[in-house]
Design a protein around this ligand. Structure first.
Ligand code: UD1
Ligand code: MG
Length: 454
């Protein structure tokens, strides 16, 4: 049998006033990725080919993000917020393209899993016209209640319109619905706005379908799948769930974590085999860690590639553009930015390596700083293979240290150093024999004088 085609309609026209932020609600991030991107990803992973996103008027930022994430998605603007069914019908041209299945998801439900969407679509292949994702929240207040009879869904009653006995129903509408494409428009067009809020409720689709002698069913799932985000508190709660899932997936893939609950991952963090992550490590976006690497405690990584067997931290900061070759070592209080550190190179203590290339097996002594910024522009530092930079040196970019060259400790290097050379760029040491004893003698005299004055 041929796979059924599917259109996903993502509703994202909400204003999100309760987020108390100028940023559109669906662009707030979970695990370093906008909520809307989580939803679009889940939809794509569930085998949905066509995507339509409904945005509110003036939500250019949201539309731009949709175009960036899924360039093929059709974007529709809902001029006026007149309810969820009204929002769905804004995407009418996409609906008219007649997919086998049409799923409606909310842009502020970021924890929805692809497998759940696939499960929701399954009854459509068996003849149902409508499948609704149900769940049993700890507190059902505010949710639409699912009224069932036998195995079928009979109606959804919005909280505001529900009777006291209907409000006792524990099974609630998660908001995600799947329609069979051949009857979707006929159902949607019949939805009216005669209810307490005067809105076109998508939930009325159930009773209308039954009126048309079509079947509606419930597919149950756990609360996390349909967790809707309206406030910063809910955003933080969803983040906690997302982190648990990411840690679990990393552990399942063989990453070792002593205290996984203290490790923060991004949705796109990638690990090789046998990686070890010590407690209290934070991964920002776009980090790849290859086989056998160890990330020690209190390190912060973002936009970094960590090669095989590399050791990072404790207390290291890898910023975007960092690439660490196999076996490199980045130790405590070392910051790396926009820099390639080749295989076997070491910067073990207290350094800043920015806009730089560090050759294989080079040794960067404690306290070495690449002075990459002159107040107006950034400049590059190049350090050859096997070079040795003595501790507490300042490499004033643009500058190049040749292969196997030595830089003496405490140097301020402003000119290129040829391969194999030694460069010393610091004041000469002067020694004054007996100087300290003379100073102490003078001090002792000064104290006596002070006392005699008393
Ligand atoms: C909706 C359901 C309710 C369900 C709950 C689950 C309806 C009528 N009710 O209620 O049964 O239990 O979700 O969370 O569907 N939106 C638009 N345009 C509009 C209205 C809404 O794009 O005109 C979008 C919102 O941005 C949001 C989604 O649709 O992403 C749901 O709207 P919301 O107002 O949150 O519906 P609820 O009252 O939560
Ligand atoms: Mg809601």
């Amino acid at each position: 049998m041929q796979a059924r085609t599917c259109l996903a309609i993502v509703l994202a026209a909400g204003e999100g006033t309760r987020m108390a932020s100028p940023r559109p609600k669906v662009l707030h991030a979970i695990a370093g990725k906008p909520m809307l991107a989580h939803v679009l990803d889940a939809v794509a992973k569930a085998g949905v080919a066509a995507i339509a996103v409904v945005v509110g008027p003036g939500q250019d930022e949201v539309a731009a993000e949709v175009r960036r994430l899924t360039p093929d998605a059709a974007i529709f603007v809902q001029g006026e917020r007149r309810g969820t069914a009204h929002a769905v019908l804004t995407a009418r041209p996409a609906i008219e393209r007649a997919a086998d299945d049409i799923v409606v998801v909310f842009g502020d439900t970021p924890l929805l899993r692809p497998a759940t969407l696939a499960r929701l679509r399954a009854p459509l292949a068996e003849g149902a016209a409508l499948a609704v994702l149900g769940f049993r929240p700890a507190d059902p207040t505010g949710y639409g209640r699912l009224i069932t009879a036998g195995g079928d869904l009979v109606a959804i009653r919005e909280h505001a319109d529900a009777s006291a006995s209907e409000r006792q129903i524990a099974l609630c509408n998660g908001g995600v619905m799947a329609f069979a494409g051949d009857s979707a428009l006929a159902i949607l067009e019949r939805i009216g706005d005669r209810n307490r809020k005067g809105e076109f409720y998508l939930t009325d689709a159930v009773e209308i379908a039954r009126g048309l002698k079509l079947r509606a069913v419930v597919v149950e799932t756990e609360e996390d799948d349909v967790r809707g985000i309206n406030t910063k508190v809910q955003l933080a709660e969803a983040e906690a769930v997302a982190q648990q899932r990411l840690r679990r997936a990393a552990l399942d893939a063989g990453v070792a974590m002593i205290a996984p609950e203290t490790v923060y991952l991004a949705a796109d963090t990638k690990f090789g085999r046998d990686v070890v992550i010590e407690p209290y490590v934070v991964f920002g976006e776009k980090v790849t860690v290859e086989d056998g690497a160890v990330i020690h405690s209190f390190s912060h990584l973002a936009g970094a590639h960590v090669g095989k067997g590399v050791s990072v931290g404790p207390f290291a900061r890898l910023r975007p553009g960092t690439r660490l070759g196999d076996g490199a070592r980045i130790g405590n209080f070392v910051e790396v930015k926009e820099a390639v550190v080749e295989a076997g190179a070491k910067a073990n203590h207290l350094s800043y390596i920015g806009d730089a290339f560090v050759g294989a097996n080079a040794n960067i002594g404690a306290g070495t700083i690449t002075c990459n910024y002159d107040g107006a522009a950034k400049h590059r530092t190049t350090i050859g293979n096997d070079a040795f930079i003595g501790s507490n040196s300042a490499l004033v970019a643009p500058v190049e240290i040749g292969e196997s060259a030595y830089v003496g400790s405490g140097s301020v290097i402003t000119e290129d150093v040829p391969a194999g050379a030694l460069a010393l760029a610091r004041g000469r040491q002067t020694v004054k024999e007996g100087w300290a004893a003379r100073l102490r003698g003078l001090k002792a005299l000064g104290k006596k004088k002070a006392r005699t004055r008393d």
